[in-house]
Design a protein around this ligand. Structure first.
Ligand SMILES: NC(=O)C1=CN([C@@H]2O[C@H](COP(=O)(O)OP(=O)(O)OC[C@H]3O[C@@H](n4cnc5c(N)ncnc54)[C@H](OP(=O)(O)O)[C@@H]3O)[C@@H](O)[C@H]2O)C=CC1
Ligand SMILES: Nc1nc(=O)c2c([nH]1)NC[C@@H]1CN(c3ccc(C(=O)N[C@@H](CCC(=O)O)C(=O)O)cc3)C=[N+]21
Length: 300
């Protein structure tokens, strides 16, 4: 049986519409325009594309977008000074420092220098701790987008067996926390996991966040399970012509969609939801900063 496709691109459009509605209300009733600042260090072409599309979507929902492009050899001091400026700028409600940073910069130090209430990525240790203890926080965008799609598809996730493949701070760990918060029985798998295929076969929900193109084959998937494919891998696509590339996920879409009950595609799945959730987090941060009621349905 062919899996249902969970259309992240369409879902993201509905999230952006809600965000745009809240932005319009903030403008009209409170004379406030939410602002999102993105800091990009270096010239990684993939990052540039991503930063551009974030900027465009930020403006499309009516928010202000600020971009700070810095040289690849920027010093820690200079980067910290820019972040400090944004922390103190009342027009900026959300700050995102694009990762990964060049090797000479201490990523933890930089992330933890962002004011936690403006940390729309949810990577600051305060937000990580708040999420882990079930308190109100800024929730990382990619896992938040995955959770929204899972809740929309299943209703309640309570009691479901969830396996998250990958234990990174930006995807795997916060994803596991969110699933636990929704009362799933959660397993986090990683490169040292023994017998990964058997672990994955137990799962009602599989979240693949590994960074290995098409690593998860269909025969690891329990019949009817839901597969959330976080992977964004650019690989050669000679079938499209010489030198052409294509995007694939961490799950093998063709074989997984024969066994799964539902699956997110790549592109058009988790990726667009990540950006939509970044905009949602910015509105949430703006409302909190101004002591206003938070938009409903845009947080975890
Ligand atoms: N759609 C979106 O919006 C986003 C997509 N991504 C994509 O998601 C993927 C993961 O990103 P990220 O979490 O940052 O990646 P990381 O490289 O930080 O983490 C990868 C994780 O996968 C684990 N892993 C690696 N190889 C294996 C293996 N053979 N078997 C089991 N586990 C393995 C690693 O284990 P160990 O810890 O033991 O090394 C690690 O925990 C990437 O493709 C990235 O591009 C990321 C962010 C946003
Ligand atoms: N501080 C920080 N926060 C992040 O959230 C962050 C980051 N750094 N560094 C890089 C990763 C990656 N990431 C993506 C988001 C959306 C798409 C996305 O929209 N992808 C489209 C395809 C885009 C294309 O065609 O290239 C899709 O999947 O349909 C991809 C990747 C966020 N990240």
């Amino acid at each position: 049986m062919a899996a249902n496709i969970i259309d992240g691109k369409a879902f993201a459009a509905t999230v952006r519409e809600k965000v745009a509605g809240h932005v319009a209300r903030l403008k009209e009733e409170n004379d406030i325009i939410p602002g999102l600042a993105v800091v990009l260090v270096g010239e990684d072409p993939a990052s540039q594309v991503y930063v551009r599309s974030k900027g465009k979507q930020t403006v499309e929902v009516g928010m202000n977008s600020y971009e700070h492009k810095m040289e690849a050899d920027t010093s820690e001091e200079d980067l910290l000074a820019v972040i400090n400026g944004l922390n103190n700028d009342p027009a900026v409600h959300g700050i995102l420092v694009q990762l990964p940073l060049p090797d000479h910069l201490n990523e933890d130090l930089i992330i933890n220098s962002i004011a936690p209430e403006k940390d729309v990525d949810g990577f600051h240790i305060s937000n990580v701790g708040l999420l882990g203890t079930g308190q109100k926080s800024m929730v990382p965008c990619t896992p938040l987008g995955c959770l929204m799609m899972l809740r929309d598809y299943h209703g309640s996730l309570s009691g479901m067996d969830a396996v998250v493949i990958g234990r990174s701070n930006i995807v795997g760990k916060p994803m596991a926390q969110l699933l636990l918060g929704d009362s799933c029985t959660v397993t986090i798998a990683h490169s040292r996991t023994k017998d990964l295929p058997e672990v994955v076969r137990r799962a009602d929900i599989v979240v693949a966040a590994v960074g290995r193109p098409e690593m998860v084959p269909g025969d690891w998937i329990k019949e009817g399970a839901t597969v959330i494919d976080v992977g964004i891998n650019r690989i050669p696509a000679p079938e499209k012509g010489e030198g052409k590339m294509k995007l694939v996920g961490d799950a093998d879409f063709a074989s997984c969609s024969e066994r799964a009950g539902a699956i997110t595609p790549v592109p058009g799945g988790v990726g667009p939801m990540t950006i939509a959730c970044l905009l949602a987090n910015t509105v949430t941060a703006c409302c909190r900063a101004n002591g206003l009621a938070e938009p409903e349905g845009l947080t975890a």
